[in-house]
Write a protein that binds this ligand. Sequence first.
Ligand code: 5AD
Ligand code: SF4
Length: 469
Amino acid sequence: MNLPDLNIAKMRSHKENQYINLKENYEAELKGKKYFLRTYGCQMNVHDSEAIKSYLETLGLTETLDIEEANVVVLNTCAIRENAHDKVIGFLGKCKYLKKNRDDFKIVLAGCMSEQPDFIKEIMTNHPYIDIIIGTHNLYDLPKLLLQEFKKQVIEVYSSSDEVIEGMNFKRDSLYTAWVNIMYGCDKFCTYCIVPYTRGRERSRKLESIIKEVEDLKKKGYKEVTLLGQNVNAYGKDIGESFSHLLKCVSKTGIERIRFVTSHPWNFTDEMLKVISENKNIMPYIHLPIQSGSNNILKRMNRRYTKEEYLELFHKIKEAIPGVAITTDIIVGFPNETREDFEETLDVVKKCQFDGAYTFIYSKREGTPAALMEDKITKEEKEERLQELNKLVNYYANKNNQKLKNKVEEVLILGVSEKSHTKVYGYTKTMKLVNVSGPKSIIGKIVNVKITDTKSFSIDGEYVEELVK
Ligand code: 5AD
Ligand code: SF4
């Protein structure tokens, strides 16, 4: 579907975050209480959770990792596949048990599941002990709702809005790398995907607000920002802006590393490629979901490109950005995907030799067009295809990683390695995770690392020197 380029800039309402003004009223009620937050799903949710934390802590709550001592439990949910839904339902059982006979224990359901009418009905019927259901569009109402909850027991259901909130506060998980939302929602309506229904239509943040946020982060010492959107190349269409112009402006702030996710192959412009290749602080890493290699399936997915067009774009990116790493998303087992269709996907993987791929079995989402499509492929067949695909994907990921052996790479060190507490970890410019032998004093810095060993998912290296920039 090709949406007309409506000039709706004047209609877009950009609203400044207002909860801070109400802070004083809340503080007394909530001070000393503890919250437990669990996040499911994508980077967008991880970043929303940073906003949730900021709201709760500004009101005087402190975080606990032990759910039994919590007064407020927030589940930031994901709806993209069925297993995400099942995990939340499983976890609610535990919450129900903990809530028994306690008036000071509140359960908040946030995130994409709260935007699904069928799910809300399910909650109202089967899980009436939940106190607040809050959508993805009005997180800023959380303090108000919470205060209300500690006074009286009601369920508030909030639905989509068309607003774009500027000036939100976040309690960021890292001191060195930060997510920056540039837009909300998605208009692409891929037939399998629930996102356009749970996150609403595409809405861009104001360019000046984004730049100010990046400048503030830089002042605070952040080395890297990742610009976030379901479909970043659509940035600005609703406000007379463009993603390539935004990238240029973000680059001018001088922040050391700029990343962005997710790019859609449709509308990936030459201008974007030019800006990326001309600005050294825009990282040579592109996440470019293909979903399937079969033209028949791509059409039924409403992806708006063919296998050939994807391959052409892929090679154009490789040529324009030397050393670029490209990763992708692939779905197997879309309704009635034939063996031939699947082999087309394998063929694309062989041709592109991706640096990595997130692979999924198609999951039926009620309310999407694909949920109505006939599907004769068995679960076993789908699982076998996934395994076959994963083998191939890992083979190329490994092969690409091996090319780095003995090379010196610039790595932004983010913290102590989970794998070995004597090591630190960080990411190369191309977004490869490296476990580094080196002192903890290099955390937060961009350093040279000599790569000593490589595997499909991680790489080992040794600290060589700090980069002074
Ligand atoms: N089933 C399986 N995978 C899905 N994705 C989105 N919707 C579904 C679905 N219904 C995958 C796509 C997308 C990624 C974020 O999740 O590959 O790019
Ligand atoms: Fe979903 Fe397609 Fe939008 Fe991505 S581009 S969020 S897969 S509808």
